[in-house]
Design a protein around this ligand. Structure first.
Ligand SMILES: [Zn+2]
Length: 409
């Protein structure tokens, strides 16, 4: 049973069939999946969702596949952690970490979008999948293509973190390291996508792929007891996740699953790549592309595809945007580790660093519910903190030396 009517242009509203399309041929606007909400409303309840397995397919009526889900059966439904010690450190009353650093199988929120993309690619009959990636998507496409027995071509900037390169190669895809930044990699992939009949998850399958991010937002609302929080801070790379979190809350309300969300959404970026934050602060509708220079490589997209919609989400929800330096990113990574035991990748350092700043600025009140989005695992970006965390105390295996150098010293 499908609840998808087709695709619809986000700009001019023209309708398109369910195919591997992503751009409106009239206005070049992005296409988005169009659902039959009336039909979904009649069959989807809190009880039905709650009775299903703890993976992202528990919201399947709101996801763009027609048949039975075949991929990502262990992805999603990651912990929403009440962060008591972090609350104390930041001086706030109610703060949660939505922790996709433990998502299955590759420890980032990209496992959600790839599960949807590969299910859809198979429905379309593709035997090869591909992507342009800043790292996490590379990991996830390679892993899930291996599970699904699909061929994969993966394109990354050549200067990516070692953890992300190894975490891709282990699954034996064709991995192409392009000498250039993500925006150049993406441009190359757009050209390749028009030539080869592959499912590029973030190009020709993009409308379906992007819908997977909604599950991150559904889970936040469900895990809070069918309630939207007052504040959500989301990292921004291409700008898709933040818009889909907002969409997920609005959809849940439309279906009567939660009250009207009174949630402010905040965009978080690194100072070295902050085109979305700049547009919010300058109250501009136009995203000015930048050349990225930050340790937060997974967010280093200088020309964000959904930047305009990310800015729109911030405005519509009444939120704000902020950026942090590389030093502040590292401090925030350490703060999350030492308070909550969570080792986040650099993107999470950006999100938490921005959260701290917004609380200090009084933009986020101290007595309202806050959700911080942690989207990837720190084991993948160890270079970023390796020099900032001290060294182990080295001794010979001898009790006297232990007493002298460790206990006594
Ligand atoms: Zn259009």
């Amino acid at each position: 049973m499908s609840y998808v009517k087709g695709l619809k242009c986000k700009e001019c509203g023209r309708n398109y069939p369910k195919e591997a399309l992503y751009v409106c041929e009239y206005c070049f606007g992005p296409l988005e999946v169009d659902y039959d909400y009336e039909k979904i409303r009649k069959c989807l309840t809190r009880e039905i969702i709650a009775s299903r397995p703890k993976n992202l397919w528990r919201y399947r009526e709101l996801l763009p596949i027609d048949g039975e889900p075949t991929d990502g059966l262990n992805s999603g439904f990651t912990p929403l952690i009440r962060a008591k010690r972090l609350e104390k450190a930041l001086g706030v009353k109610e703060l949660y970490i939505k922790d996709d650093s433990v998502n299955h199988p590759t420890l980032s929120f990209k496992d959600r979008v790839v599960a949807i993309a590969l299910s859809k690619a198979k429905e379309f009959g593709f035997d090869t999948v591909a992507c342009a990636s800043t790292g996490n998507l590379a990991n996830s496409v390679a892993a899930q293509a291996a599970i699904a027995n699909l061929k994969s071509y993966i394109f990354i900037p050549a200067d990516l973190e070692r953890g992300k390169v190894i975490g891709t190669l282990i699954y034996k895809p064709v991995l192409v390291a392009v000498e250039g930044n993500y925006d150049q990699v993406n441009r190359l992939c757009s050209e390749i996508a028009t030539k080869h009949k592959w499912a590029f998850v973030n190009i020709n399958i993009r409308p379906y792929y992007a819908e997977g991010s909604k599950t991150y937002g559904y889970e936040i609302a469900e895990q809070l007891g069918w309630k939207a929080p007052k504040h959500i801070i989301s990292p921004c790379a291409g700008g898709s996740l933040i818009t889909k979190i907002w969409k997920s809350l609005k959809e849940f309300h439309k279906l009567g699953l939660i009250e009207k969300p009174n949630t402010k959404i905040y965009a978080a970026q690194a100072i070295g790549c902050c085109p979305i934050v700049t547009a919010v602060k300058e109250n501009s509708e136009i995203i000015k592309p930048v050349k990225p220079a930050t340790i937060a490589k997974s967010l280093a997209i200088g020309n964000p595809a959904d930047g305009v919609y990310a800015v729109g989400t911030v405005k519509e929800s009444g939120g704000w945007a902020e950026d942090v330096s590389d030093g502040e990113i590292v401090e925030a990574i350490k703060l999350l580790a030492t308070t909550e035991g969570i080792f986040t990748e650099t993107a999470g350092g950006v999100t938490l660093g921005v959260t701290k700043k917004l609380i200090e600025q009084g933009k986020i009140p101290k007595d309202e519910s806050i959700v911080v989005c942690i989207t990837g695992n720190g084991l993948k970006t160890q270079e970023a903190v390796a020099e900032e965390i001290g060294k182990p105390i080295k001794i010979k295996p001898n009790i006297a030396l232990f007493e002298e150098n460790v206990k006594g010293g």
